[in-house]
Ligand binder design. Structure first.
Ligand code: M7G
Length: 331
């Protein structure tokens, strides 16, 4: 399944006991005056979208990743049906049109046409998209790579210095040129500070699939590999204040959070993922996610842990980095 696909686990273990409460908290937040009017109607840039091919899709996850063109520029569009929110049930049940499909004994199935505002499709557009974006969203076979500290220096680092995605979107956030109104919390300190905001994979309509990212103000750390014991205060600050901010805003306690870094990340500016425990977020598996609490402990016991350790991660079949590992005889 493509990386960016948000998995929905409506019946997953451990997600239900807090849900009504946190959902209400979120709904209250949304109704507060400070939140009003943020979403603006935009011109439909997708009306002229020309589809080239479907990169991946999933009936189970109810999403589709499409490659195409918008006004002669390459684009990737992600369409995704969102979960049904408990606080909209009354309106869905009473305000929809119902068409009977079949009826048999005590069983019947219908097509329910919900009011348009309750029937939205979360849409993400990357335009202009690079070839790397197209590859990122294409369904692909993956291979587990074993990277020693030396491999990082001789294979990975030279590759990512030349080939990685632009982090302009990250600088826009840090400089308040984009998404400023979405910031949930900021610690402006240049050394240990960070910005916490919703990941663009999360539509913020329900807490069940909560997903935020903390982006550090420091600009000299690419990833987990660059972390040393001197970064412990930064990491502890993110863990502590990030959890507090999420409790305050979404009424979700730390015991319900999965806080981790990706290795390899897609974007080489240090950031931390906060997702709700029980929500199977893309990339939260053991082959890619490193719990922030573990990272802190590892650095406490060995200041150079992430400089020297062999790290394992999956790479997709057409990833240029995989070719570099093959060329070096490391796969
Ligand atoms: P990653 O581990 O570098 O890559 O995480 P991944 O996308 O393979 O997981 C970067 C995180 O930033 C991901 O969770 C993205 O969904 C998120 N993200 C990416 N972009 C381009 C944006 C953006 O423009 N705004 C926000 N809010 N989140 C983004």
């Amino acid at each position: 399944m493509a990386d960016a696909a948000a998995k929905r686990e409506p019946d997953s273990v451990g997600t239900d006991e807090l849900s009504p409460k946190v959902k209400r908290a979120k709904a209250d937040n949304e109704n507060s005056p400070g939140e009003a009017g943020k979403e603006s109607e935009s011109e439909n840039i997708l009306s002229g979208f020309k589809t080239t091919n479907v990169l991946s899709d999933s009936a189970r996850e109810k999403n589709i990743f499409i490659h195409g063109q918008i006004a002669d520029q390459d684009a990737v569009v992600i369409l995704e049906k969102t979960p049904i929110r408990e606080d909209t049930l009354a309106e869905i049940l009473s305000g929809s049109r119902l068409k009977l499909e079949m009826s048999n004994d005590i069983y019947s199935t219908y097509r329910l046409q919900a009011p348009p505002h309750l029937n939205e499709i979360k849409t993400t557009v990357v335009c202009p998209a690079t070839e790397k974006h197209v590859k990122k969203y294409q369904r692909q076979e993956s291979f587990l790579v074993e990277e020693t500290g030396e491999d990082y220096q001789s294979i990975t680092l030279p590759y990512i210095q030349k080939q990685s995605f632009s982090v302009q979107w990250v600088y826009n956030i840090l400089e308040k040129k984009a998404e400023a109104e979405r910031i949930v919390y900021e610690d402006p300190d240049p050394e240990v500070g960070f910005v916490l905001l919703p990941d663009f994979k999360w539509d913020q309509k329900q807490v069940d699939d909560l997903y935020l990212i903390a982006i550090v103000h420091q600009r000299n750390n690419r990833s987990l590999r660059d972390l040393r014991s001197e970064h412990i205060p930064l990491l502890q600050n993110i863990l502590q204040k990030g959890k507090e901010a999420i409790l305050q805003r979404y009424n979700l306690p730390a015991s319900k959070l999965r806080v981790y870094l990706h290795y390899q990340p897609s974007y080489y500016h240090l950031h931390v993922h906060f997702t709700k425990l029980g929500y199977e977020a893309p990339g939260c598996g053991v082959e890619r996610a490193h719990l922030l609490a573990d990272v802190i402990q590892n650095l406490q016991s060995d200041p150079h842990y992430y400089e020297n350790r062999t790290l394992y991660f999956p790479l997709r079949a057409d990833d240029g980095l995989l070719s570099k590992f093959k060329e070096a005889g490391r796969l």
